[in-house]
Design a protein around this ligand. Structure first.
Ligand code: SF4
Ligand code: SF4
Length: 422
């Protein structure tokens, strides 16, 4: 299969724009489902980062607030990526909800994900539906015997796999995920952490296979020996050795030569990162109750006032809740605009909810999601008690955790989601 990469506004995939297009990493995914022998879990994910801690982990709602501030200070940001600090798909709810909210609030933003690929395939359709454009997968070995030396365990659901069995499972999932991404037109970069004496002789074979799958870009990264890991005594490969490896791999797939191994909370242009400067902003977003002063209320789509159980398109009225001294109180009910009228209906609703920071719904179409998020009301899909959703929103946690996995309605991607419900 031939690579499909076109010049784009992603500075990692297109070095020509790295001086004018920036990226921001939203650190919303702290967990991981595998154990790489070069990774110290106290540090950032080496998928994309040099070792170092992220200053904070954000909830999806906080991530959007953080992004708003970042864009004010650095309008050249064109890409929002999730690269850990663990694996984004070990925290799929937080990752998907963040991407949904970002896309709704900033429709022009490119969405990027860096993952080990183990848990990617079940979410391909959902990610494509959200509008993800770029994915990086770290592939360190295709040969299970080599992979067994790179990764000490792999967790798949409740089962833990070790040795060649685990490595074979991981490589198989990665190949499936890459094929699935390419079938959906997503640009794919593959990272390979080059570990002397372990997989350095295997990199060209990986490059050959990646070319077959249509991978757009390959990033061979020298392993950084992290203290406290099984590979701490393996020295970082010399630049000359990396040159030889990249030259051979380039015969099969284009090589990325401008990677700066950015942190899981990187922000700014690749060559002039502003993470240190924005660290305080990141920390304060992580500790904040976003927008409580200017938007004190939360709207809820509920049939009986106990559960969040209505599709927004079906709700004739919305409950307005506040967090007062005596806990959560129902302030009033507000009529929603009449169905019909297309976009006008959602602009009117955004106005009606002008003092609400979020609206809790059982489900919502893509058009109202974008209209509401663009006006500052974050739509949150969830199932369960209103109380649980309010606690999550007001404490800055992720209400997406209460969301049941959607059952397909049979329309798949052809559903335009005009917000009227299926
Ligand atoms: Fe995406 Fe990786 Fe670039 Fe971050 S560093 S924007 S995750 S490709
Ligand atoms: Fe560490 Fe990333 Fe490997 Fe997970 S996938 S163990 S976070 S390097």
């Amino acid at each position: 299969m031939k690579a499909t990469l076109k010049p784009d506004r992603h500075p990692c995939f297109n070095a020509d724009v790295k001086a004018r297009c920036g990226r921001v990493h939203l650190p919303v995914a702290p967990h991981c489902n595998i154990r790489c022998n070069y990774c110290n879990r106290k540090y950032d994910c080496a998928n994309e980062s040099r070792p170092g801690v992220t200053s904070a982990v954000l909830t999806p709602v906080q991530a959007v607030r953080y992004l708003e501030t970042v864009i004010e200070k650095e309008p050249r940001i064109t890409v929002a990526g999730i690269a850990g600090p663990g694996d984004p798909l070990a925290d799929p709810n937080a990752t998907l909800e963040t991407m949904r909210l970002v896309k709704a609030r900033f429709p022009e933003m490119l969405l990027c994900l860096a993952t080990n690929g183990l848990g990617l395939s079940p979410y391909l359709e959902e990610l494509a539906g959200i509008g993800i454009t770029h994915v990086t997968i770290t592939v360190n070995a295709l040969d299970p015997e080599i992979g067994a030396r790179v990764t000490s365990w792999i967790r798949d659901g409740k089962a833990i796999y070790r040795g060649a069995q685990g490595a074979e499972l991981l490589a198989g999932r990665q190949l499936d995920a890459i094929a699935g991404l390419k079938a959906r037109g997503v640009a794919v970069k593959v990272n390979t952490i080059v570990i002397p004496g372990v997989n350095d002789e295997h990199v060209v074979e990986i490059a050959r296979k990646m070319a077959e799958l249509g991978v757009d870009l390959h990033n061979c990264m020298p392993m950084h020996p992290n203290a406290g890991t099984p590979f701490e005594h393996i020295p970082e490969p010399a630049p000359e050795r990396m040159d030889v490896i990249r030259t051979s791999a380039r015969l099969h797939v284009p090589q990325m030569l401008h990677c700066t191994r950015c942190r899981a909370d990187a922000v700014g242009l690749i060559d002039s990162d502003r993470a240190a400067e924005l660290r305080e902003c990141l920390s304060s977003c992580a500790n904040s109750l976003p927008g409580t002063e200017e938007r004190p209320y939360v709207a809820v789509a509920s049939l009986e006032g106990i559960l969040v159980n209505q599709h927004l398109g079906e709700a004739c009225r919305l409950q307005i809740w506040a967090n007062g001294k005596n806990g959560f109180t129902l302030v009033e009910e507000r009529d929603a605009p009449e169905p019909g009228g297309g976009m006008k209906r959602w602009s009117e609703l955004a106005e009606i909810l002008g003092d609400c920071k979020a609206v809790l719904v059982n489900a919502i179409g893509e058009t109202p999601r974008r209209a509401l998020a663009a006006s500052g009301v974050l739509p949150i899909e969830m199932n369960g008690f209103i109380q649980m959703g309010l606690e999550a929103v007001y404490s800055g946690r992720n209400p997406g955790q209460f969301k049941a996995r959607r059952r397909g309605c049979g329309k798949g991607r052809s559903c335009g989601g005009d917000g009227s419900g299926c």
